[in-house]
Design a binder for this molecule. Structure first.
Ligand code: SF4
Ligand code: MG
Length: 329
């Protein structure tokens, strides 16, 4: 598939303030979102998912590496960014917070088109976007205010505001985390529908594995600023290879008698102090359980792992089959 959006060897380092070390929030990421593809980016909070999402929509400038939109590197002049943001839109977690309580639905959805000077046929554009976001009949919703809407309807208004700009890619950061279970399914269905009907591509950032399973074509697992495993949904969620992915998945009850979650011990990940070698090694059960000769050979605490390439199935771990690793360098 041709790429809609791509991160190439992307890093975002926040400078440390008041004597604190800089934080390597994103530390060498290759990630590709194909046209008409939904990619889920999963990992614990604080692993750099949100920073990566913001870098992909041009809200955060990478310290090094590139963002490519349809194979063209993103420019960071105000003009280039404005044009880019029309095509690539960010949807955030809290729809209530994204809407101005004093602004009715029409004006909320018209905001983006007005900023981009799309004044011709604005009412049709706004009503069309409301209808595509499932707020029908649009004329009825246009005059309402946020407090007259449910959480799910508010998130649909936010999505309509995005659709009003005819974007090609949506980057959604925990889009349903603040919604009720009943509404979550609706919003996820809407994202799938937009992919199928409009050929939209999406990166959906979440810590929710069930969401990834329900919505994504591919999954990327992030740990301390790096993608540690990626592949199709089936590869990553049904046959995970990386010890971190396995630990994340192990918390889902299987119903089996011998089911036990793998608890991640050790310090929570800190992007200001990334461990040497494999950055997961202080918390890795596989490394802890390795025999002496295996430990010596793998050298997880000293030997860096290669950055994963954007394509195909990959997991970055010294103790996995080495062919997969050599390919990925
Ligand atoms: Fe664990 Fe070593 Fe694999 Fe890292 S490289 S995930 S420490 S086994
Ligand atoms: Mg986040």
């Amino acid at each position: 598939r041709p790429a809609a959006l791509e991160a190439r060897d992307l890093s975002v380092v926040y400078p440390g303030s008041r004597g604190r070390a800089p934080a390597r929030a994103v530390d060498g990421v290759n990630l590709r979102i194909g046209q008409g593809e939904i990619v889920a980016l999963i990992g614990e909070s604080g692993c750099g998912k949100s920073t990566l999402a913001r870098a992909l929509v041009g809200l955060v400038k990478p310290t090094s590496g590139q963002v490519l939109y349809q194979d063209t590197p993103l420019g960071y002049s105000a003009k280039a960014l404005k044009q880019y943001r029309r095509h690539t839109q960010l949807v955030l977690q809290d729809p209530g917070g994204a809407l101005n309580p004093k602004q009715n639905v029409y004006d909320a959805v018209a905001l983006g088109p007005r900023l981009h000077g799309l004044r011709d046929g604005l009412p049709e554009r706004v009503h069309g976007a409301l209808a595509r976001a499932g707020l029908r009949p649009p004329e009825e919703f246009a005059g309402r205010y946020p407090h007259e809407l449910s959480g799910g309807q508010q998130q649909r208004v936010v999505i309509a505001g995005v659709l009003a700009l005819d974007p090609r890619v949506i980057v959604a950061d925990e889009p349903v985390a603040s919604l009720d279970a009943s509404v979550r399914g609706e919003i996820l269905k809407l994202i799938l529908h937009l992919r199928d009907e409009l050929g939209l591509s999406a990166l959906v950032v979440s810590h929710d594995l069930g969401l990834a399973w329900n919505i994504a074509d591919r999954v990327a697992v992030m740990y301390l600023g790096r993608i540690v495993e990626q592949g199709t949904v089936e590869e990553v969620l049904l046959r995970p290879q990386h010890p971190y992915t396995k630990a994340l998945l192990s918390v889902i009850p299987t119903g089996a008698e011998d089911w036990r979650p793998t608890l991640l011990t050790g310090e929570p990940p800190d992007p200001t102090a990334i461990p040497a070698g494999c950055r997961f090694h202080p918390r890795c059960g596989r490394w802890a359980a390795a025999s002496e000769p295996e430990r010596a050979e793998a050298a997880c605490d000293r030997r860096e792992l290669p950055v994963l390439a954007a394509d195909g199935y990959r997991a970055a771990c010294h103790l996995l089959h080495t062919d997969a690793l050599t390919e990925s360098v």
